[in-house]
Design a binder for this molecule. Structure first.
Ligand SMILES: Nc1ncnc2c1ncn2[C@@H]1O[C@H](COP(=O)(O)OP(=O)(O)OP(=O)(O)O)[C@@H](O)[C@H]1O
Length: 639
């Protein structure tokens, strides 16, 4: 007996039970969505077949009438969902249905707290998909045959103890799923209920969903039900509108319909935050329906993301595209673009360098930016919830998409010393409106954590003068800043890089005072330079510090120290440029050092001064043990 014929039991991948239990619990009050999920899968399978058949007509096997069928059996307490789409091979069944090894699953499960209420919120990130069948069924039997093959297979599971696989004898291609309903879910084995769910959730998907016509009794002349009538062959009828929602005029689509369609294409079970629906005519003709989800998808940070924009050509599904129709910094967008200009046989290669695609992409990016802009303007709270989910992704924008930099910059939100709160809700426009008389630049500091940014010694003079500084502590921030060098004609300036020139913000008195401190510190500077020659490029008097003894200053174009560290850990070779040490000669530690006559002792002081500045900057010490040793010796001396 070949492997394909034997009945075989297999285990689910780890944690599948946990996930199923969580899903059943989370979606219990919304359980009828199982039907939408399974119909959506069937519709996707038909889309894939239609696309593959463009180059290989034989895949249709004489049946090009693509559809999803829903049947029920009240007595057996079952609901069946059947499609004549692409189907699955045995290996595909194992890969897609028998496992939960979707990218990001592990991370998702690791976030679970065990608190059912909290975890229910999290499941929103995890597309529910096929497994939602187990919300209502205690056994699921799936039989499938891949288009273009002859072997079919039956998968069966109770959602608890793994699954079995067995060779089947399916005459036609596609997938049939029988849900053996739980006793308490009997209500779903009912034609009226099923039709109702289909028209709520699947009315506007671009594929007919069919059910058998309800038998209507025949009456005699007296109005009595005729008995002994020859039973008619059951007839199928389309029970949804199947009118591809994006092709409908906006005025005819309700918010509920937009939301249901979103759930269908995004495989999300929560409402979208906003959408933009466009019918474009002119040089190019296309329709687009673009959604901003409410919650970050699980794989938002994976290099290879699933789904994205569905590309259609004249209502024929071509492919799910994650790269060509939206830039990476908009990878959270879900939707449909349906072109009238592209050829039906458009290939992945063509997509990568095609003028029509480029123009549609450009216009779609503008649409999403416009959508976000008006959300920010009209509903700050909603925009804030968007920012909290997707802000870090949008921050990739200024560097990735220079042509829309200004518009993206207006959408950015920051923490700042204005409130010192971690919440990112300060706009660059807010900042500019609060700039001081004579202030020419927008100041920021970057650090590994929010606390490190907030407590950075570089902020001391800014705090003393009441000048606002943006506090940047997301990993992406250094990258964002490399693309965002100015806003509203004002340069963005790191407070930790380069020579600090506060320009008009320093009074003549300040400048005179600084000059005096500098003159007085000349010999101390000279001594320090000699001792620290190997470690620093220069030692100079700081105008940034008011209460710390020293700080590290980087060259204008150097990456922040904590970023350099990260890059090194990731295996990148980093050029080793030496930093500058700035000192505060009025600090008691420096005053004490100046009077030190023991050379060895002075060296230790200098070394500690440098090392602690490095630590405050998120850098790593070359010789941490040496630092501790010197510090201890010093403390003992002082005791
Ligand atoms: N009716 C079907 N015909 C063919 N393949 C199917 C069918 N149903 C599911 N699949 C395959 O199984 C995979 C997993 O389905 P599942 O519903 O769990 O997730 P999904 O639809 O890909 O996305 P999500 O998890 O976001 O819902 C699908 O991507 C598809 O490859």
């Amino acid at each position: 007996m070949s492997q394909a014929q034997a009945k075989e039991s297999m285990q689910f991948q780890t944690e599948v039970n946990q996930l199923l239990q969580l899903m059943i619990h989370s979606l219990y009050s919304n359980k009828e969505i199982f039907l939408r999920e399974l119909i959506s899968n069937g519709a996707d399978a038909c889309d894939k077949l239609r696309f593959n058949a463009i180059s290989d007509d034989s895949l249709y096997e004489g049946d090009g009438d693509l559809r999803v069928e829903v049947e029920f059996d009240e007595e057996a307490n079952t609901v069946t969902i059947r499609d004549n789409g692409i189907g699955m091979t045995r290996d595909q069944v194992i890969e897609h249905i028998g496992t939960i090894a979707k990218s990001g699953t592990k991370e998702f499960l690791s976030k679970l707290s065990g608190d059912a209420a909290k975890d229910s919120n999290l499941i929103g990130q995890f597309g529910v998909g096929f497994y939602s069948a187990f919300i209502v069924a205690d056994k699921v039997t799936l039989t499938t045959r891949a288009a273009g093959t002859t072997e079919s297979v039956t998968w069966e599971s109770d959602g608890q103890n793994g699954f079995t696989l067995e060779a089947a004898d399916k005459a036609s291609r596609g997938t049939e799923i029988i849900l053996h309903l739980k006793e308490e879910e009997k209500e779903f084995a009912n034609g009226y209920r099923l039709r109702n769910i289909i028209s709520t959730y699947s009315d506007h998907i671009p594929l007919p969903v069919k059910m058998l016509k309800q038998p209507t009794p025949e009456y005699d002349e007296e109005g009595n039900v005729k008995e002994d009538v020859e039973p008619k062959a059951p007839e199928w009828e389309v029970v949804n509108k199947a009118n591809a929602l994006w092709t409908m005029p906006k005025s005819e689509v309700s918010d509920e319909q937009y939301q249901e369609f979103y759930k269908h294409i995004a495989h999300d079970w929560q409402d979208a935050l906003a959408w933009s629906h466009n019918h474009v005519e002119g040089n190019l003709e296309y329709k687009s329906l673009l959604y901003v989800p409410a919650k970050a998808q699980m794989d938002l940070w994976e290099p290879e993301q699933r789904n994205g924009i569905k590309l259609y050509v004249q209502r024929v599904f071509i492919m799910d595209d994650t790269k060509n129709l939206m830039p990476r910094y908009m990878r959270f967008v879900r939707g449909v673009i349906d072109s009238n200009d592209l050829p039906l046989n458009v290939s992945r290669e063509i997509l990568q360098s095609n003028k029509t695609i480029d123009s549609m992409k450009k216009a779609s990016v503008k649409k999403v930016l416009g959508l976000l802009g008006s959300m920010a303007k009209n509903d700050a709270e909603k925009y804030q919830s968007f920012w909290d989910e997707f802000g870090k992704v949008l921050k990739e924008g200024p560097t990735e998409d220079a042509s829309n930099k200004e518009q993206i910059a207006k959408l950015l939100r920051f923490s700042s010393t204005h409130t010192d709160a971690e919440k990112q809700d300060v706009t660059l426009e807010d900042y500019v409106s609060r700039m001081q008389e004579g202030q020419e630049k927008i100041y920021y500091v970057t650090a590994d954590t929010f606390t490190a940014a907030k407590n950075s010694p570089h902020l001391e003079v800014f705090r003393a003068k009441g000048i606002e500084v943006l506090l940047l502590s997301d990993r992406v921030d250094e990258w964002m800043i490399s693309g965002l060098t100015e806003f509203d004609g004002k340069q963005l300036q790191s407070v930790a890089k380069g020579e600090l020139d506060l320009g008009k913000l320093d009074s003549e008195e300040d400048k005179e005072e600084q000059k005096k401190v500098e003159d007085d510190a000349q010999s101390l500077l000279k001594q320090l330079k000699e001792v620290l020659e190997d470690k620093v490029e220069d030692v100079r008097v700081s105008h940034r510090l008011t209460s710390s003894p020293s700080c590290i200053v980087l060259n204008e174009h150097d990456m922040a120290l904590y970023m350099q560290q990260l890059m090194k850990q990731a295996g990148h070779a980093m050029p080793s440029s030496k930093p500058i040490l700035e000192i505060n000669p009025t600090h008691p530690m420096l005053v004490r050092m100046e009077s030190e006559t023991d050379d060895e002792q002075f060296k230790d002081w200098a070394s500690i001064l440098f090392d602690q500045a490095l630590l405050a900057e998120g850098g790593q010490l070359e010789d941490p043990a040496g630092f501790v040793h010197k510090l201890n010796a010093l403390m003992l001396k002082l005791s």
